[in-house]
Design a binder for this molecule. Sequence first.
Ligand SMILES: Cc1cc2nc3c(=O)[nH]c(=O)nc-3n(C[C@H](O)[C@H](O)[C@H](O)COP(=O)(O)O)c2cc1C
Length: 141
Amino acid sequence: MSLLRLAYVSTCAPGLSLDDVYKIMRVAHPWNVENGVSGMLCWSGEFFLQCLEGERRTVTTLFKNIAADARHADVEIIVAAPTNTRWFGEWGMGFSRLMASHRLDLPSGRGASFNPYLLEAVDMESTFEQLSQLAQRLSIE
Ligand SMILES: Cc1cc2nc3c(=O)[nH]c(=O)nc-3n(C[C@H](O)[C@H](O)[C@H](O)COP(=O)(O)O)c2cc1C
């Protein structure tokens, strides 16, 4: 069965802390595992970049829920496309915290500092591959 992969960027609500992000992860991880959704959430302090992959209806419903969440704004879809493979098969939801010192090497050459609104669909595979290297495997009790 074909899956849907959806990646979006958003701007964090003012004052959102690492603790708030862990709170999101503690809900997201078990829900995603239970519902066959894999992906990665990247947080830079200012922006979120998230990839979700799973059954089309599940991903669509989840995304509508996420997009309405007051903990971020200016949600913009970068890509939503059918796929037969998962990039994040082993994670319900990987998490990577991007620091100012991290430099993403993007094919477009625009990746000196992390402004995910500049990313395009063609950049997604390379971006998430690099973010996976930084990802933390969260152990959730
Ligand atoms: C940036 C961001 C990413 C999120 N990612 C997920 C996710 O992958 N899975 C999930 O279940 N909830 C995620 N959430 C939380 C949802 O928005 C929502 O709070 C959660 O699905 C619980 O929904 P409910 O309060 O309607 O029960 C995310 C929230 C934000 C702000």
